[in-house]
Each structure stands twice: as structure tokens, then as C-alpha cells.
Design a protein. Structure first.
Length: 522
């Protein structure tokens, strides 16, 4: 038996387990990118319009920090500029989640020990996880290359390889982190923090230089992606950086995997106190989720400050472009351009908050499947009280995230905070509906609980890409976010808000009723 024995079987199992969630992430990424050429063609129909956009971007450091520099005025180059960084970041998130799920998650749940007792090589599971991530990125690259080929074959291939390369870099990074930590949650957090650092480095470098040549930009894989310069005189040699980073990190992960026992790590969990200090189920839930809450809170506050600081610059960039104004209005409202931009960006943050609430709601599912919930429930702790502690953090935490977003926007924009805070908190009912769907799935059909990620991804797709694609109103209305009042600047309507709150309460009640009646996984 070799170190890779069983890799093929484990890869097939991993692909089957990800058959719902991964295709959703790939579809969101693909549609986000492929919607851009036609959207940009409608926004900037003439060569003069596109040349003027390039000149404005070169002088606007705040928007360069958000989306990167633009290197050419062709539709392909503008597409790579507008969505390249975000496509790479989304590919990175998808990849790191895949790798952590099929490595550290398996060890933490105890399933890896059972698998390892069979005819399975020592590095087979790690190899299967990396291959699964590679398959996901390869499918994404093929879809992007085929969809953008009309803008130029060479540019389409370069862009697709750059996005896939970014995903693979963070897949390999996640493989290292999974060897270092004993907790899957911490592994995801550290890998996500590395992605956040890469975004900050790129943003700082692009704000300083308008040609992507800053040293800070070159320190970030997201900076490598933009420096591939797809559709603008491709730099094929930059792709070597992705390959080198992937190979080097994968080699480190393989060495580390061969030097530890299954379930162990190089950064072991710190022992707790000799006497317990957690007296309630709610306190235990907070102890388990506090790191996630604090990390998301810091990210939302920082994002609010950044986007708030960009508000005036975005209004200047759109100017009197009717098509750009129409898209922002479909996303955010029909008031003044500044309020419309704020409403659309706040709406995007609400969509991201839906991802947090799904992750937090599904935390009890992870506790249950790993066997940690059963000893807790064997004590005088009822199921509903145990679940309520996690749900309080999930739903209350999402409201906190939007509150911090509002404070960040107000601080970055430098204007009155009241209307902005109100606009952010108005997103909470729709976020809670998504959370309610997650509770319902977990309570009634726990094996399908991860389908809540597909629901959140669909809402993200409808809210982010739908307006740019001119999706029909009935399609957009499938998302709970489409029924919220468009604030700031619009009129506050309490009817839809009340309906969404009631729907969320019904979904949560249904999920808790199902949890109370079904068996707990051992």
C-alpha cells in the first residue's frame, strides 16, 4: 500500500458530497463574470465612453482600491477589471471551504479515523481534497473561458486561468492550515483571514499606483490575477507565480501531513480551566461561536468604512450615465445617485450577512454530527434550549453585523448616521428569512441542511447579478431582499418588513418543532 492508495475512491466520495453546494458557488461566479460584457456594453456603448472611464479610473484611487486598475478600454479588459478581483476571491472562498471540509472537518468528526483504518494511504485524504478543489476550479475555468471567448480567446483563457489559479493557491494554503489547527472552524477562519489580508494588500497597492506595479499588489495572489492583464496584452509569465505557489504550499502540506497523527495538529487546542465556567447552553454557544462573530464583525465594520469612503467617488464616476444609474436603481432604489449607491452597497452587505447567518445556524448541525451535542443533551439541557443559544447568536449576530456596517458607512461617508443605520437594519428581516430556511432544513431534514448554502447563494446571485442581467421582476422577487424598502432615500414601508419577519418566525418554529421530534445524530 502506498501513501496515495484510495485517492480515487475518496475523490469520488468528496465530489458526490459537494454535488449541491459547489455547483452553486461555481454558477454564481460564472454568471457574475459572464453578465459583465453586455452590461458594460450598455453602460459604455462607444469607444469614447470607455476611454473616458479609463481616464476617470486612473484618477480615482478609492475605486481602484475596490476593483483594481483598468489596463485597456475593450469590453474584455473592462470585464476583467470590474469583476476579476471578486471572481478570484469567490474562487478562493470556494476552494478553501472544499479543502477544509474534506480534511480537518473529517478528522474533527472522527470519520477520518474510520476511513484511515481501511486500505487508505496516509496522504490520500489530503490529495482527494486538493483534487476536488482542482476539479471545481477547472470547471470554473472552462466555463469562464468559453463564455468570454467572444471578447478574445487569448484574454479569455488568461483570465480563466488566473481566476482558477487564485482558487488553487488558497486551496493549497487551506491544506497547510488544516494540518496546523485542531479545529475546522479555526482552519476556515485562518484561511479566510489570509484571503482578507490578500485583498487589503492588493487594495493598498492599487490605491497607490494606477498600473498594478506596487510592491503591495505583487504580494497578493489577487494582485497577480489583475497583473495577468487579460485582454490587455496578456502576461502569461504571471501564471507561473500561481503554479509555483500551489506546488510549494502543497509540498509543505504533504510534509506536515506525514508528521502528525490523525486528529492531531501542530497547534493543539489550549486546555480549558480545571473547573467549568459555562453554566448555560447559551454560554456554551457563545464560547463556540464568539470567534466567528468577532471576525465577521470586524470585516463588516471595515467594509462599511471602505464603501462609505467610496460613495462620493462612485457618484462622480457614474455621472449622468443613464444605464449605470438604472442598474444602481434596480439594486438600490430610485432616489438621488448617492443614496442609490449607498442603498445598493448596503444591499450587497445584507446578502453577505445571509452567508453568516447560514454558517451560524448550521453550527449546531456540526456539533450534532461530530458527536459533541449528545453528551450535552444527556445533561439536564433540553434540545430547544440548546438550539436557542446558537440561534440567538445567529440571528442577533446578523443584526449586529448590519448595525456595524451602518456605523462603518456613516464613518466613511462622513454624513448623518441615522438614515444609513436605518437602511442597514432594514436588511435584517430578509437575512432572517434565509436563516429561517436554514433552521427549517436542519430541524426537519438534517442530511439536507447544507442546502441552505444553495438558498443563500441563489439570493446572492439574484441580488448581485440579477439587476445587471435585466432579470424579470418575478425572478428577482424570489429573493426576500427584493421586497425590502430601498433605503436610504426611499420610503419606509412596514408591510413587507412585517411579512418577512413573520415568515422568518414561522420557518424557525417549524425547524425547532422538527428538531424536537427527530432523533439526534450520534
Amino acid at each position: 500500500m502506498t501513501a496515495l492508495t484510495g485517492t480515487a475512491v475518496l475523490t469520488r466520495v468528496a465530489l458526490r458530497r459537494d454535488r449541491l453546494t459547489t455547483p452553486v458557488w461555481i454558477a454564481v461566479n460564472t454568471l457574475m463574470v459572464l453578465s459583465m460584457p453586455n452590461t458594460l456594453k450598455g453602460l459604455y456603448a462607444t469607444d469614447a465612453d470607455r476611454a473616458d472611464l479609463v481616464r476617470q479610473m486612473s484618477a480615482n484611487s478609492s475605486l481602484r482600491a475596490m476593483v483594481g486598475p483598468v489596463f485597456d478600454d475593450s469590453l474584455g479588459a473592462l470585464t476583467a477589471w470590474r469583476v476579476g478581483v471578486y471572481a478570484g476571491a469567490l474562487a478562493a472562498v470556494t476552494s478553501l471551504l472544499i479543502v477544509v471540509r474534506h480534511t480537518r472537518d473529517e478528522e474533527e468528526s472522527g470519520r477520518q479515523e474510520l476511513v484511515a483504518s481501511g486500505m487508505v494511504g496516509r496522504r490520500a485524504s489530503l490529495t482527494a481534497a486538493l483534487l476536488t478543489a482542482a476539479v471545481a476550479n477547472a470547471v470554473l475555468a472552462l466555463l469562464l473561458a468559453a463564455g468570454l471567448a467572444a471578447q478574445g480567446t487569448a484574454g479569455a483563457v488568461a483570465f480563466a486561468l488566473g481566476v482558477a489559479g487564485t482558487g488553487l493557491v488558497f486551496a493549497a494554503l487551506a491544506a497547510i492550515v488544516a494540518q496546523l489547527t485542531e479545529s475546522a472552524r479555526l482552519a476556515r477562519g485562518l484561511a479566510a483571514a489570509a484571503l482578507g489580508a490578500a485583498f487589503v494588500l492588493r487594495a493598498a497597492g492599487d490605491a497607490a499606483r494606477d498600473d498594478g506595479s506596487s510592491a503591495l499588489t505583487w504580494l497578493s495572489p489577487l494582485g497577480w490575477l489583475e497583473n495577468v492583464r487579460a485582454f490587455a496584452g496578456e502576461r502569461w509569465w504571471v501564471l507561473v507565480l500561481f503554479a509555483a505557489a500551489v506546488l510549494a504550499q502543497a509540498a509543505v502540506a504533504y510534509v506536515l501531513a506525514g508528521r502528525r497523527d490523525v486528529g492531531m495538529s501542530f497547534l493543539p487546542t489550549r486546555p480549558g480551566p480545571a473547573s467549568g465556567r459555562l453554566g448555560t447552553a447559551g454560554a456554551l454557544a457563545w464560547r463556540l461561536q464568539r470567534g466567528s462573530v468577532l471576525g465577521w464583525s470586524a470585516g463588516f465594520l471595515l467594509a462599511g468604512v471602505v464603501y462609505g469612503g467610496m460613495t462620493e467617488g462612485a457618484a462622480d464616476l457614474v455621472g449622468d450615465n443613464a444605464r449605470a444609474r438604472e442598474i444602481f436603481e434596480r439594486m438600490g432604489g430610485q432616489s438621488g445617485l448617492t443614496d442609490t449607491f449607498l442603498a445598493s452597497m448596503i444591499g450587497v452587505m445584507g446578502l453577505v450577512a445571509a452567508l453568516y447567518v447560514v454558517a451560524s445556524v448550521l453550527r449546531p448541525h456540526g456539533e450534532e454530527t461530530s458527536g459533541r451535542a449528545e453528551p450535552v443533551l444527556a445533561c439536564p439541557v433540553g434540545r430547544l434550549r440548546w438550539a436557542a443559544g446558537h440561534l440567538l447568536i445567529a440571528f442577533g449576530g446578523s443584526a449586529l453585523l448590519m448595525l456595524l456596517t451602518g456605523l462603518g458607512f456613516a464613518a466613511g461617508y462622513g454624513k448623518e448616521a441615522g438614515p444609513i443605520l436605518g437602511a442597514c437594519l432594514a436588511q435584517v428581516p430578509a437575512v432572517w428569512v434565509i436563516g429561517g430556511v436554514a433552521v427549517l432544513l436542519y430541524g426537519l431534514v438534517p442530511r439536507a441542511a447544507t442546502a441552505a448554502w444553495a438558498v443563500a447563494g441563489a439570493a446572492l446571485l439574484l441580488g448581485w447579478v440579477g439587476p445587471a442581467l435585466d432579470a424579470p421582476r418575478p425572478v428577482l422577487d424570489l429573493s426576500p431582499f427584493a421586497h425590502l424598502p430601498k433605503l436610504p432615500g426611499g420610503e419606509m414601508t412596514w408591510g413587507p418588513v412585517g411579512v418577512l419577519l413573520g415568515l422568518g418566525a414561522v420557518l424557525v418554529a417549524g425547524g425547532l418543532a422538527g428538531l424536537r421530534r427527530r432523533d439526534v445524530a450520534g
